[in-house]
Design a protein around this ligand. Structure first.
Ligand code: AHG
Ligand code: MN
Ligand code: MN
Length: 330
C-alpha cells in the first residue's frame, strides 16, 4: 500500500495541466504557445481516432492526387491535414501554417494582427504503412514568426535552432506524444477512457549508446561509401537492425532504447528523402533536448539554413556515442 504522501507527490498530470504548469514558470508568458500545444493535442486525439478506424471507415488508399513532393497523396494524408488545419486555424497567435501536404504555406495573419508563431507539420508520417497497420505519426515544429518577412515561404525557412517547440504524436500500440518546449522532453500516453494525454515521463533522456541501427538497407549500394563501411562495422559488431519505415516509429524506438536512425543520400534521393523543416528539424530538437544528436551530412541538422519549404536533407540521429561512430566512417 503506497503511503499517502507518495500519492500526493506522484501527481496525475495531463498534457493540459503540464502545459499550464510550464507556462506558469515563465512570468511573461501570454499563453499563446499553450494554446497551440492544446490545439495539437486535440488534433492528435482526433487523428488517432480516425487512424484506428481507417479500414472501418474505408479511408485507406489513394486520394487520387499528388502532393508537391510528387508523392501520391493518401486519403488519410488529406484527412489528417484537414483535421490539423481545423484545430490550429482559429488559434489567434498563429501567423503561418506549413504542411508537407500543401505546396505553399498558409498565411493566417500578419505579425501586426497577432501572428506570433509559425507551425509546420507532417500531418501523417509513414502513411504508406497504414494498410499494414504499422505505427504512423504526426510531426510538428513551432517557430517564432519573423515580422520583417512578408513572404510566407521565407518566414517558415528558419533554421531548427529557431524552434520554440517540437514533437510528435505516435499512433502505435498506444497513442503517445513526445514534446519539448526547450526544457527537456516529456512523454504522454493517451488514456482513451478519459480522453486525456497523461504524463508518463519527464526529462526523457536517450541512452548514451545502443547497438540498434535503423536504416533502409535496400538502398545500401547507393549510399555514400562511408555509410557502407559503417554498415560493415555494424554487421561485424553484433548490432541489431530495426527498420519500420515510419520515421516517427523508428525515431521513438531510438529515443527510448538508444541506437541510431539514418536516412543517407541515395540514388533516388541524392539529398536524402526526409524533409528538413517538418521531419528532420523537429526530431533533431527532441533528440538534442533528450541528450542525443542529429546531423545532416557534416552539419548539425538544426544549423542547416533552409532555402525551400519542402527541402530534403540526409538524417543521422540518435545516441551520441553511436552517431560519433558513424561520423568516423563518413
Ligand atoms: P511520409 O509518409 O510523411 O511521406 O514519410 C515517409 C518517410 C518516413 O516516415 C520514413 O522514415 C521514410 O519515409 C521511409 O522511406 P523508405 O520507404 O524510402 O525507407
Ligand atoms: Mn513524413
Ligand atoms: Mn506525411
Amino acid at each position: 500500500m503506497q503511503h499517502d504522501d507518495d500519492l500526493v507527490h506522484q501527481n496525475l498530470m495531463s498534457l493540459q495541466t503540464h502545459v499550464l504548469a510550464e507556462e506558469a514558470k515563465h512570468p511573461g508568458a501570454t499563453g499563446d504557445l499553450s494554446w497551440i500545444i492544446s490545439a495539437i493535442s486535440l488534433a492528435g486525439k482526433t487523428i488517432a481516432n480516425k487512424v484506428r478506424r481507417a479500414r472501418l471507415d474505408d479511408v485507406l488508399g489513394a486520394h487520387g492526387t499528388e502532393n508537391v513532393q510528387g508523392e501520391e497523396q493518401l486519403k488519410m494524408d488529406v484527412i489528417a491535414n484537414e483535421i490539423i488545419m481545423r484545430c490550429l486555424g482559429d488559434r489567434a497567435s498563429i501567423a503561418v501554417l506549413a504542411s508537407e501536404e500543401d505546396e505553399e504555406p498558409r498565411i493566417l495573419r500578419r505579425s501586426g494582427d497577432g501572428g506570433k508563431y509559425c507551425v509546420l507539420f507532417d500531418p501523417l508520417d509513414g502513411s504508406s504503412n497504414l494498410d499494414s497497420c504499422v505505427g504512423v505519426g504526426t510531426i510538428f515544429s513551432v517557430t517564432v514568426n519573423d515580422p520583417k518577412e512578408a513572404d510566407g515561404e521565407k518566414t517558415v525557412c528558419q533554421p531548427g535552432t529557431r524552434q520554440v517547440a517540437a514533437g510528435y504524436i505516435l499512433y502505435g500500440s498506444s497513442t503517445i506524444i513526445c514534446l519539448t518546449t526547450g526544457d527537456g522532453v516529456d512523454m504522454f500516453v493517451l488514456d482513451q477512457a478519459i480522453g486525456s494525454f497523461l504524463r508518463v515521463r519527464t526529462k526523457l533522456r536517450i541512452p548514451e549508446s545502443g547497438t540498434t541501427y535503423s536504416i533502409n538497407e535496400a538502398n545500401a549500394e547507393t549510399f555514400p561509401e562511408g555509410y557502407q563501411r559503417y554498415l560493415q562495422f555494424a554487421h561485424s559488431s553484433g548490432y541489431t537492425s530495426r527498420y519500420i519505415g515510419s520515421m516517427v516509429s523508428d525515431v521513438h524506438r531510438t529515443l527510448i532504447r538508444g541506437g541510431i536512425f539514418l536516412y543517407p543520400p541515395t540514388a533516388k534521393n541524392p539529398d536524402g528523402k526526409l524533409r528538413l523543416l517538418y521531419e528532420a528539424n523537429p526530431m533533431a530538437m527532441l533528440l538534442e533536448q533528450a541528450g542525443g544528436v542529429s546531423y545532416s551530412g557534416d552539419v548539425r541538422t538544426m544549423d542547416v539554413q533552409p532555402e525551400r519549404l519542402h527541402q530534403r536533407v540526409p538524417v543521422l540521429l540518435g545516441s551520441p556515442a553511436e552517431v560519433a561512430k558513424v561520423r568516423e566512417f563518413i
